[in-house]
Structure formats: structure tokens, C-alpha cells
Design a protein around this ligand. Structure first.
Ligand SMILES: [Zn+2]
Length: 342
């Protein structure tokens, strides 16, 4: 998740009445094969070797290599403008002290049978805070590994890609964006929106995965939705009931993140964009995470709970299949979108 504004922090403080929870640990239960697969990705991406996945570091190269290898093994191809060449779309932004930062989005694609009907996009940011002064250290630990924020979302993206690619070919193209520069203000998502591989108005739905590894299996989920999502919401309701996921209304703590997550780069450009998250719905664990581990060195793999994330892989696979079909999600024609800057 991106850095909160002072206003959002004040709002969070105002609604921080969550009951105290004990140390969340991975429950003493047999992990399902999906949880084991997610756990292996998180353990890798949040290991000290990756140095906290900071843009412009060696950890960036390791992260992009891992994600590209996993996406290719899952059955995706490059989704950049130059698909024969590279999965990485370079972009720059102005970082701290006016320094120019060179970094990348990683873009994969599952080609559909009817790309003229549009495209669907799944997003998860790959970057995190690294080990500089932006990472408050915890004792000797000075690396912000970002296990929950957002190795957990990346892990889900890989497994969703694998399941989708194994099934019948979708009609619409499905794009997978591992975005960079999110922690600096959704920079990669805005770059994708400003310079998309297909015109932005072709995207009928955008799903973001961010900070997912908090809730146990069988948890309910919330939807954070931007504008133009009425048709998508009906599809989400139907998919939730078909996959046994209970949807609950978002609270103020959830809504404080609507504009601080990559989906906003699309929602603010009138592209239908949502987060459907069980982590956000578990208010006690979400509040405890914000209080203790959010953007700190303690966001480590031992605090990750991937039970609900495993459920939400199946949910997103079913949802993306439906969103990728013009029979279940018609495309509302509209004027061509020219992306707004943040
Ligand atoms: Zn973050």
C-alpha cells in the first residue's frame, strides 16, 4: 500500500477502536496445496536477499526476474508494446530529493480468442521500501521485506495466472501488471494508464491485489470500488455466492485506502476498478497490521496468514473468467479515455 496522507492517518486514528488481537500467527493447521504455493512465493520475495524490493536496487532485478520466470512458467507471454522483446516496460519518476528514479513495470498477457472485445487487467505492486531511511528498523532488522505488503499480492497473481492459463482460453485478453513505484505514489500504475499496451477504454475491469496475507480461511471479503463499477459489482456478487465467499460492506478504515492503491490510477480515469479483499475485511487483523507492521521491518514472512488469500485465488479466477467474457460482462461503449495524471 502506498504511503498514507496525514488526512487518511487522522481518519484511521479516529476509527481505531478495533479490539486488541493476539499475535497473528499462521494457524496450526495443515496448509492446503494452494497455501503452500503462496507461502513459497512470499518466503522467496520477502527474503533478505531481495533487500525489501526497493526500486533501482539489486532487489528490483531479482524481483522482476522471479516474477517474469513465474509468469512465463504459468503460461503467459509478454504484454508490453514490444511483446516479442521484453516483459519490462521502463519508466521514470521523481523520487526523494528530486532524484530521478528509473524503474519498470512487468507486464504479462494471457491472449484471448477475441481481443476486439476488450481486455481485463490484474494488478499487484512488486516494489516495497527496501532498507533506507524510509524503513523504520526493528532492533537489528533494518530491511522492510514487505511480506504482506505486497509479496502476498504477487504470490496470488502468480497462482491466478497459472489457474487461468490452465483453463479454457478467455475471449478478452487478460493482462497482468506487476507495478513498480507504488510506494512512491502509484507511479507504475499511472504510467501504465498513461501509456497502455492497448487503449485504456478497452479495459472493462481492473482488479488489484495489495496487502492480502492477513486473514484465515473462510473469511468474508470487502469490495473497494471506483466509479463505473455497477455492472462489475453484479458479477462480483454472483461470483461470491457461487464460490462461497461472503461479502461485507467496507468500513472507514478500508475506504481510507481507496485512493492509496494502484486501482485508483484506473478508477480516476473512469476505468472500472475494484479491490476485492479478505484481508481488508478482517478489521481486527487489518488494524493490528497497520499499528504494528505496516511499512516497518516487522512485515516479515512469519506474520503472513494466507488462508483467505488461497480462497481469494479461486474467487479471482472465477471472477476474471467471467469478466473476460462479453457474454457475462458486456462492454459499455464510451468516449476514448486519455489518462489523467495523478
Ligand atoms: Zn505499502
Amino acid at each position: 500500500m502506498s504511503v498514507l496522507t496525514a488526512g487518511a492517518l487522522a481518519l484511521l486514528a479516529a476509527c481505531a477502536h478495533a479490539p486488541a488481537v493476539s499475535e497473528p500467527t499462521v494457524a496450526a493447521r495443515e496448509l492446503s496445496p494452494m497455501e503452500q504455493a503462496l507461502h513459497a512465493h512470499v518466503a522467496e520475495l520477502a527474503s533478505d536477499r531481495y533487500g525489501g524490493r526497493e526500486v533501482g536496487t539489486e532487489g528490483e532485478a531479482l524481483t522482476l526476474d522471479y516474477m517474469q520466470a513465474q509468469m512465463a512458467a504459468a503460461g503467459l507471454e509478454s504484454g508490453t508494446h514490444d511483446p516479442g522483446h521484453d516483459w519490462r516496460k521502463p519508466f521514470t519518476f521523481e523520487g526523494r530529493r528530486k532524484k530521478t528514479v528509473d524503474t519498470y513495470n512487468l507486464i504479462g498477457r494471457l491472449p484471448g480468442t477475441g481481443p476486439r472485445f476488450g481486455a481485463v487487467l490484474l494488478v499487484a505492486h512488486w516494489d516495497h521500501l527496501g532498507k533506507g531511511r524510509q524503513c523504520p528498523r526493528r532492533g537489528r532488522d533494518r530491511i522492510c521485506n514487505g511480506a504482506i505488503d505486497n509479496a502476498s499480492g504477487l504470490a496470488m497473481m502468480i497462482e491466478i495466472a497459472r489457474q487461468l492459463a490452465k483453463g479454457p482460453r478467455p475471449v478478452r485478453d487478460v493482462y497482468f501488471l506487476a507495478s513498480g513505484g507504488e510506494e512512491a505514489g502509484l507511479k507504475g500504475a499511472y504510467d501504465f494508464a498513461a501509456d497502455p499496451p492497448v487503449p485504456l477504454d478497452k479495459f472493462v475491469a481492473v482488479f488489484n491485489l495489495d496487502t492480502e496475507g492477513l486473514a484465515p480461511p473462510g473469511s468474508p471479503a470487502v469490495v473497494l470500488a471506483g466509479p463505473r463499477t455497477e455492472g462489475l459489482m453484479a458479477l462480483i456478487d454472483q461470483t461470491a455466492s457461487d464460490t462461497g465467499v461472503t461479502l461485507v460492506a467496507p468500513n472507514e478504515r478500508n475506504l481510507a485506502f481507496l485512493k492509496r492503491q494502484d486501482g485508483w490510477a484506473f478508477a480516476s480515469n473512469e476505468v472500472p476498478a475494484v479491490i476485492v479483499s479478505a484481508a481488508f475485511a478482517d478489521d481486527a487483523r487489518f488494524a493490528a497490521f497497520l499499528d504494528r507492521d505496516y511499512h516497518r521491518a516487522s512485515d516479515d514472512v512469519e506474520h503472513v496468514e494466507l488462508g483467505a488469500a488461497a480462497d481469494m485465488v479461486g474467487f479471482h479466477v472465477a471472477l476474471i473468467r467471467r469478466a473476460a467474457s462479453p457474454a457475462t460482462l458486456p462492454h459499455e461503449p464510451r468516449d476514448e479515455i486519455t489518462a489523467n495524471a495523478p
